[in-house]
Design a protein around this ligand. Structure first.
Ligand code: SAJ
Length: 433
């Protein structure tokens, strides 16, 4: 059993702390937000994630997970703090202050592990000098490793155990010590490498996804120009054993995919594809806003009911949400917006009750594919709207049913086609989960 400090009790740090505690380690969860510490001490979990509350309460009940706003000496000190983007550059202020906060608690033989997503070289050039300022040498007096997370929000508790992990060590001993800790709860394989390669790999994973989403989005526009349904085209193309085209959508949100690719670029690097993909994805909200106006714009002051303000389906996070960008663009054009989202808390973003959002609406605009939307009864909606227009940018409802209820159904990626006969591809994300 190891003693572990986990700094940052957000959607990565808190599940990590709980899983370490439930697998025999003595864990001290640390967060500078006193309300987070108080909430956890009272058994409330301020991070909304499937199964997380039960896991955290169990961990606290065993006495192996305690929380505080201050670190303490430990065998391992894990830094899981946010590294947001500011004008395409990483803001490492939280990581710097977390490093300073733990420095005095790094004892002889301790291992410092960074989990935050960082530009290549950060562990060596930012974290290491701060810890070493206490007259200690990394790799000799204490150990330094990097272990990025790869969990998918909405699926964290399963993926934090099952996913393979990459660990970069300053030295091979540093990597081995970090591996020893993660094998207490990770069932996936653990792959060792050096610090910079591990930092680079994390960013490459997300840049890969961003470029592939951009490709799907560009294909969607090409499909529309050719008058075909992109969703059917992607479903058929993906029958090829080596093709796996992702899903077009209204844009790329979240604080990862929309951010991390920029961390690969420095003034000394050149990249055409990464910025081009970012631009393609960042232009999607404008495309959706333009089509929505086209679809309902002939009405003098249309009311658009927006279903889903979260950055993606089955998430309650609105960071970099493309849905909010679409809402703001339509508001600027004088459209009356009525947002509904069953998962995003009211204090995060003001939304309406479902009935209030759809009452008198001229267009239903789906911007996040929450599972709940698939089960909305279009006959009920048809009775409450003013015009029966449905613009589904996520291909996430049964278009045959909506068309039978009298709706003119359009999809992003086949906007010119009125979907009636339900030839809809079954490519909804959760069908494949
Ligand atoms: N999106 C599409 N089309 C797709 C897939 C996603 O438009 O086919 C959009 C989503 O709607 C959303 C955005 O992209 O707005 C990002 O969603 P996501 O599901 O691709 O990714 P995240 O940000 O929730 O999680 C990603 C994951 N990275 C990869 O899959 C390579 C996760 O494994 C990472 O741990 C996470 O980033 C992170 O924290 O880095």
């Amino acid at each position: 059993m190891a003693s572990v400090v986990v700094v940052g009790l957000g959607y990565i740090g808190l599940p990590t702390a709980a899983m370490l505690a439930l697998n025999g380690n003595d864990v001290y969860g640390v967060d500078i937000a006193l309300q987070t510490v108080e909430a956890l001490r009272n058994g409330n979990v301020p991070v909304r994630e499937r199964d997380l509350t039960a896991i955290v309460r169990d961990a606290i009940r065993t006495g192996r997970l305690r929380v505080s706003d201050k670190p303490r000496k430990a065998d391992y000190l894990i830094l899981c703090v946010p590294t947001p983007k500011k004008d395409h550059r990483p803001d490492l202020s939280a990581l710097r202050s977390a490093s300073r906060a733990v420095a005095e608690y790094v004892a002889e033989g301790s291992t410092v592990i960074v989990e935050s997503t960082v530009p290549p070289g950060t562990c060596s050039n930012v974290v290491r000098p701060i810890i070493e300022a206490e007259d200690r040498r990394a790799g000799k007096d204490f150990h330094l490793a990097y272990c990025p997370e790869r969990v998918m929000p909405g699926n964290i508790i399963r993926e934090i155990v099952e996913n393979d992990r990459i660990i970069g060590g300053l030295t091979s001993k540093c990597g081995e010590l970090a591996r020893k800790l993660y094998t207490t709860f990770v069932r996936g394989q653990i792959h060792l490498t050096d610090l910079v390669t591990a930092e680079f790999v994390k960013l490459a994973e997300n840049a890969f996804r961003d470029v592939n989403i951009a490709f799907a989005n560009e294909l969607a526009d090409l499909a529309e120009a050719h008058g075909i349904d992109i969703w059917q085209a992607i479903e058929l193309a993906n029958k090829h054993p080596r093709v796996s085209i992702l899903r077009p959508g209204p844009g790329v949100g979240g604080h990862c995919i929309a951010v991390d690719p920029w961390f690969l670029l420095t003034p000394k690097t050149t990249s055409r594809m990464i910025p081009a993909a970012r631009l393609t994805n960042d232009l999607r909200p404008e495309t959706v806003a333009r089509k929505t106006l086209e679809f309902s714009g002939h009405l003098k002051k249309p009311k658009v009911a927006v279903l889903g303000v979260a950055y993606k389906g089955n998430a309650d996070d609105i960071r970099e949400s493309p849905a909010i960008k679409v809402i703001e663009m339509l508001q600027e054009k004088g459209v009356a917006l009525a947002p509904y989202d069953p998962l995003v808390p009211q204090d995060t973003y003001p939304t309406l009750q479902f009935e209030d959002a759809i009452d008198g609406a001229d267009c239903i605009l789906i911007l996040a594919d929450h599972r709940e939307f698939y089960y909305i009864d279009p006959v009920v909606v048809a009775r409450r709207v003013r015009k029966k227009l449905l613009f589904d940018t996520r291909n996430c409802v049964d278009h045959r049913l909506w068309s039978k209820a009298g709706f003119d159904v359009r999809l992003l990626g086949s906007f010119g086609i009125r979907h009636t006969d339900g030839l809809q591809s079954k490519s909804r994300e959760w069908d494949r989960r």
